[in-house]
Design a protein around this ligand. Structure first.
Ligand code: IMP
Ligand code: MG
Length: 178
């Protein structure tokens, strides 16, 4: 892995795919331990979740359904705090066990909004599993149920995460160079 440049900003190699894969296996096993007698719905938050969700599902050995939701909160490298639903969940989730899959929890604004949206839909239970978590940036009281890897409050790209639309296709995670 080498240093890369996106939109004029430099990024350094940070988390290799092998480490990501290992964290995801552990997450999938933990979720399975809790839900093996149920058929949960995994709801991925687009677009950032694409790589994580596909690798997570391949490691999840139980019955499940999947769906998606699309939100937008980021512009460039800053969270705007305003969250818009760009695509609502296209299935009925009332009375179901739902596990939201997120690429990253940063300020927690999105997490709070996701809880509000899913509670409104009267789900039976709700948990959030996030591949990455920035504890120093997190500003909410709500507990983050399952975290793959905790990282410092620095912008990252790759493995589904973008910088203004670019970098999602990188198989590894890169950190902004400062
Ligand atoms: P939050 O609402 O501040 O917790 O931010 C949540 C969303 O912002 C995530 O689901 C990502 O889509 C995006 N995001 C937060 N931090 C980063 C980052 O370091 N790189 C790329 N996207 C990020
Ligand atoms: Mg996201």
């Amino acid at each position: 892995m080498n240093e890369i440049e996106i939109h004029g900003k430099k990024f350094i190699p940070y988390i290799a795919f092998e480490e990501i894969e290992h964290a995801i296996k552990e997450m999938a096993n933990k979720v399975y331990d809790e839900y093996k007698d149920e058929t949960p719905i995994f709801i991925g938050v687009l677009n950032g979740v694409v790589m994580f969700m596909s690798d997570f599902l391949k490691q999840y050995p139980g019955n499940c359904e999947i769906s998606f939701l699309k939100l937008k909160s980021y512009e460039g490298t800053e969270s705007t705090g305003k969250i818009q639903i760009q695509m609502d969940i296209p299935m009925n989730v009332e009375g179901r066990h739902v596990i939201i899959l997120e690429d990253i929890v940063d300020t927690g604004n999105t997490l709070v909004e996701l809880h509000r949206i899913l509670q409104e839909k009267k789900v039976k239970s709700l948990k959030v599993a996030t591949l990455l978590f920035k504890p120093d940036a997190y500003k909410k009281d709500l507990e983050v149920d399952l975290v793959g890897i905790s990282i410092p409050d620095k912008f990252v790209v790759g493995y589904g995460l973008d910088f203004d639309g670019y970098g999602r296709n990188l198989p590894d995670i890169y950190q902004i160079k400062s």
